[in-house]
Design a protein around this ligand. Structure first.
Ligand SMILES: Nc1ncnc2c1ncn2[C@@H]1O[C@H](COP(=O)(O)OP(=O)(O)OP(=O)(O)O)[C@@H](O)[C@H]1O
Length: 271
């Protein structure tokens, strides 16, 4: 098989053809209902490792639902039923007996509104390790520093690690939440409109952070901001009424979409 260079984005057909070990997530014939309402229909997607994929589409088309399917957060919603499969590193995440706690450690999630815990900056980041029973101070210190550096927050908080997380600005809180997700060594980070509640400068900092993090993590971002999708993502999936209308490398989707619906959406004709 002709394996494209990882330094260049893939076209949709190349992504389908991509070597299995470099695919992080594969969605196969995936459908989801909330009660009687079908929200996702026959989704097929193949997402390469260590790349950023953006989900775009009009309000209510199912972007957040699809995002939540990658770490089975929808399981917590009563009446939610799904069919088909999602594989992480070739293994089904919906297989009977799958350890969902471990899945959510590997597939971390950051929401639109920063949600630090009412604890110190240090304890916010150390939280997941403490839950795992890790008590060794040196280990905790190292992971807290590593995670805060990786989230581009260390320099701003290193002298106030024992201040409450709520004392930070909104943008800093969002980076704190990202540090908390990084501390448990995820493979995948799901970002649901992570910058939409932030001011423009904080929003740009999150975008810069995403550009750094993609060297180490596979990232999926839901965003309503077309400029942001174009800036931060390598691939884009356009959803409409629960279906993937088009998926491909971001440059192609934004400059030369193959479907009329995609073009109408990204040029602001609807949605
Ligand atoms: N917990 C829930 N229970 C029942 N229906 C839900 C639930 N969450 C979402 N829905 C419905 O599922 C559909 C898809 O919602 P979802 O939030 O995934 O869309 P979205 O594309 O992310 O929308 P937005 O851009 O407005 O956030 C909508 O019709 C919504 O009303």
């Amino acid at each position: 098989m002709n394996v494209p260079s990882l330094s260049r984005p893939l076209s949709a057909s190349q992504a389908q053809d991509f070597q299995p070990e470099r695919l992080k997530l594969q969605v196969e014939n995936f459908s989801l209902h909330y009660g009687r309402e079908q929200v996702l229909q026959d989704i097929h997607l193949a997402l390469p490792a260590k790349r950023v994929t953006a989900f775009i589409g009009p309000s209510g088309c199912g972007k957040s639902t699809l995002l939540r399917s990658f770490n089975r957060l929808n399981d917590l919603i009563e009446g939610c039923v799904c069919r088909g499969d999602i594989r992480l590193d070739q293994e089904s995440i919906y297989a009977p007996g799958r350890d969902v706690v471990e899945l959510r450690r590997r597939v971390g999630m950051v929401f639109q509104k920063p949600n630090p815990f009412p604890k110190s900056i240090y304890e916010n980041v150390a939280f997941g390790l403490r839950v795992q029973g890790i008590r060794d101070r040196r280990t905790l210190d190292d992971v807290v520093e590593f995670s805060l550096r990786a989230a581009a927050l260390w320099d701003e908080v290193k002298d106030r690690l024992h201040d409450n997380g709520f004392d930070l600005s909104g943008g800093q809180q969002q980076r704190l939440v990202i540090a908390r997700a990084l501390a448990v060594e995820p493979d995948v980070i799901l970002l649901d409109e992570p910058a939409s509640a932030l001011d423009p400068i904080s929003s740009l900092k999150i975008e810069e952070l995403i550009n750094e993090l993609k060297h180490s993590y596979t990232i999926i971002i839901v965003t309503h901001n077309m400029h942001q999708a174009a800036r931060v993502s390598d691939y884009t999936a356009f959803l409409h009424q629960g279906r993937i209308i088009e998926f491909g490398d971001t440059d192609s989707i934004f400059t030369n979409p193959s479907k009329r619906q995609t073009e109408d959406y990204i040029t602001g004709r609807y949605g």
